[in-house]
Design a protein around this ligand. Structure first.
Ligand SMILES: C[S@@+](CC[C@H](N)C(=O)[O-])C[C@H]1O[C@@H](n2cnc3c(N)ncnc32)[C@H](O)[C@@H]1O
Length: 251
């Protein structure tokens, strides 16, 4: 922990010591890794595929590019990027959690996706890559789980090439009161029960719902990206702002 860093932070609605959070988040993803993909489809009614497709379209990778799929987990974005950057390009799927990386690597290899993908266990707060290396960085549903989000954004800014773009796909704040009410009922009453049924783990899905509520809203995240040195930062709300895609450039 850096000097002057806060001693406590949030893990969902709980206040925990800053040093504890990464281990608590690790427990969540070790626990859900094997059933992560099926839970994503079930709990989002498949809509996460649309959110991810829009992210890929906005990223607009070209053959030969270097792409970092940070907090890439089971590799949904990596699989698409691998195809689009082709044999002369490179995709790095980086994640802090070895259980998620193992599931991702096995899934992609089963699909015959090899050759231009590397798997790296890394903490977003201190990326082990050279300066100015990637053309595109994505972090999908990952930033919410990172303890020091500002450090992570600065680290992404460092490894992005001038002219490169960062895309942050993350849960955000629904724009209409009626949607907020439906979404709250769904998240706090139904989601943990689904988690219990499918993964035998209600706690991880309670954390999911709570961590979403504690995550910075659209405008706050936009400001954080600007503070980390990104330029022309803007965002697109999807599904009434349940999810937002933030975009920022390095010049
Ligand atoms: C909800 S999953 C998202 C996986 C994938 N990007 C997707 O959209 O399906 C969140 C991922 O963030 C990873 N993660 C959490 N904290 C991290 C950190 N500090 N650095 C890198 N990855 C992290 C977790 O291990 C997990 O795989």
């Amino acid at each position: 922990m850096s000097e002057g860093a806060p001693k406590s932070t949030h893990f969902g609605y709980k206040t925990v010591e800053t040093e504890q959070k990464a281990d608590l988040v690790a427990d969540v993803f070790h626990s859900v890794a094997a059933k992560y993909d099926i839970m994503n489809d079930v709990m989002s009614f498949g809509i996460h595929r649309f959110w991810k497709r829009f992210t890929i379209e906005t990223a607009a990778p070209r053959p030969g590019m270097h792409v970092l799929d940070l907090a890439g987990g089971t590799g949904d974005l990596t699989a698409k990027f691998s195809d689009l950057v082709g044999p002369t390009g490179k995709v790095v799927l980086a994640d802090i959690n070895d259980s998620m990386l193992k599931v991702g690597r096995a899934k992609l290899r089963d699909r015959g996706i090899v050759g231009n993908v590397n798997y790296v266990q890394a903490n977003a707060e201190a990326l082990p890559f050279p300066d100015n290396y990637f053309d595109i960085i994505t972090i999908a549903f990952g930033l919410r789980n990172v303890t020091d989000k500002d450090a992570a954004l600065r680290s992404m800014q460092r490894v992005l090439k001038p002219g490169g773009k960062l895309l942050v796909l993350e849960f955000s704040k629904p724009q209409h009161e009626v949607m907020r009410k439906i979404y709250d009922t769904y998240s706090f009453k139904i989601l943990p029960k689904m988690g219990q049924m499918i993964t035998d783990d209600a706690d991880s899905y309670e954390y999911l719902a709570e961590s979403i509520r504690m995550h910075p809203d659209q405008e706050t995240l936009k400001q954080m990206m600007c503070d980390a040195g990104f330029e022309q930062v803007d965002y697109t709300n999807m599904t009434d702002g349940i999810v937002a895609l933030h975009r920022g450039y390095k010049f």
